[in-house]
Design a binder for this molecule. Structure first.
Ligand SMILES: O=C(CO)COP(=O)(O)O
Length: 258
């Protein structure tokens, strides 16, 4: 296998209840437990539930390659931070990913570049793969978006994340929670520009999020390393169909020698 794995992830944000999360995870675990492309690593899958549902999600996916992670961690290692959760505890539980810097965290919870950088560093320190969310606040050209996003990557990762596995989730703020994703041309141009920026880190993946759903990955035809899903994969069947698209895409590009 010469090609990068295709990454398919989902955050439930705060949409799902506890039982709903467990049902979704069990359904997807049944579908993916024997999925060839997931088993052999051509497609990497991660699921980010709310904190209280992390443990049953880990149990549901035990024995499968599907990774579980968290939507957030605190930006100090430990201490008197009532109500917060440390990266160390997430790693100890068996989480492999943690989301950092989502637009909603920035907008609603006041997270700034310094906090995002501290969280990314703590995630790396704990051996967690950060899902670093970046994206332009306002709709503009692809070149403007690349410029803004490069700054966010450099600020968040500095030198530390340059040779470590990281998932860069490109999520233009204006496409999150919208009725449709950004245009194919915009997504492709920005993700390609960011891939170029990260060319010295072979373990970095650049995936797209923001009203993504079934068919988008196929239509992007290899221009992104994967998708970060939200509402349009609340139906577990839709999530599995995106994983199947990823497998098909990987297969066709490998056979074509891309
Ligand atoms: O922010 C996102 C993923 O974390 C995208 O969410 P939506 O796909 O629901 O817009």
């Amino acid at each position: 296998m010469t090609q990068h794995p295709i990454v398919v992830g989902i955050s439930f944000k705060m949409y799902f209840g506890y039982a709903q999360t467990v049902d979704w995870c069990r359904h997807v675990a049944r579908q993916l437990a024997n999925h060839a492309a997931v088993l052999d690593g051509r497609v990497c899958v991660f699921v980010l539930p709310s904190f209280p549902a992390i443990l049953p999600a880990l149990e549901a996916f035990a024995g499968t390659p599907v990774a579980v992670g968290a939507q957030n961690l605190y930006h100090s290692a430990n201490g008197a931070y009532t109500g917060e959760v440390s990266g160390a505890m997430l790693a100890e539980m068996g989480c492999r990913y943690v989301e950092v810097g989502h637009a909603e965290r920035r907008r609603l919870f006041g997270e700034n570049d310094d906090i995002v950088a501290a969280k990314a560093q703590l995630a790396l320190d704990e051996g967690l793969t950060p899902v670093l969310c970046i994206g332009e606040a306002d709709r503009g050209s692809a070149d403007e978006a690349i410029e803004e996003c490069r700054g966010q990557i450099d600020s968040a990762l500095g030198a530390a994340g340059r040779d470590r596995p990281v998932v860069i989730a490109y999520e233009p703020h204006w496409a999150i929670g919208a009725s449709a994703p950004a245009s194919l041309d915009h997504i492709a141009a920005v993700c390609q520009g960011l891939r170029g920026h990260l060319r010295d880190n072979p373990s970095a993946s650049v995936i797209y999020g923001g009203s993504a759903g079934p068919d988008l990955l196929t239509r992007l035809a290899g221009q992104v390393d994967g998708l970060f899903l939200g509402r349009f994969a609340h139906d577990p069947t839709a999530f599995v169909s995106v994983v199947n698209e990823a497998a098909a895409l990987h297969h066709s590009s490998t056979t074509q020698g891309i």
